[in-house]
Ligand binder design. Structure first.
Ligand code: 5GP
Ligand code: ZN
Length: 114
């Protein structure tokens, strides 16, 4: 999408610190980390958020969660664990309207971190 920040990151028009990439997925460090490890996992294809992924597109979730598995291994956080969050819509405080999953790790987390 033309004016989408994360689409620009996928295209390399805005720099990012890449953590993982495959055919359909891109993952990079959050610019304003809420935990010692804070990675954003996004589909390369633009969806606004979870509500924008219709039934015919739900295979993207398999790609996202299989990427998360590989990222956890790459970062060596399988044992200590991590948290996955996806904000959707106004009440969640979603700021960037390109579907993304936050991976938070590297500290003990209370019930609310983001
Ligand atoms: P949301 O609130 O939409 O779930 O999260 C958006 C996330 O994107 C925030 O955690 C914010 O720090 C991150 N973010 C916003 N702009 C940029 C950017 O230009 N680069 C990177 N790496 N992260 C960004
Ligand atoms: Zn986008």
């Amino acid at each position: 999408m033309e004016d989408c920040l994360f689409c620009k990151i996928v295209k390399g028009e805005i720099p990012s610190q890449k953590v993982y990439e495959d055919e359909n997925i891109y993952a990079f460090k959050d610019i304003n980390p809420a935990a010692p490890i804070h990675v954003l996992i996004i589909p390369k294809k633009h969806y606004n958020n979870i509500l924008d992924v219709k039934e015919q597109d739900t295979m993207i979730y398999a790609d996202i969660f299989s990427a998360i598995n590989k990222i956890a291994e790459k970062l060596g956080i399988q044992e200590d664990g991590f948290r996955i969050i996806s904000n959707c819509g106004r009440d969640s405080g979603q700021e960037v309207m390109h579907l993304h999953f936050h991976l938070l790790a590297g500290c003990k987390m209370g019930p609310k971190i983001i």
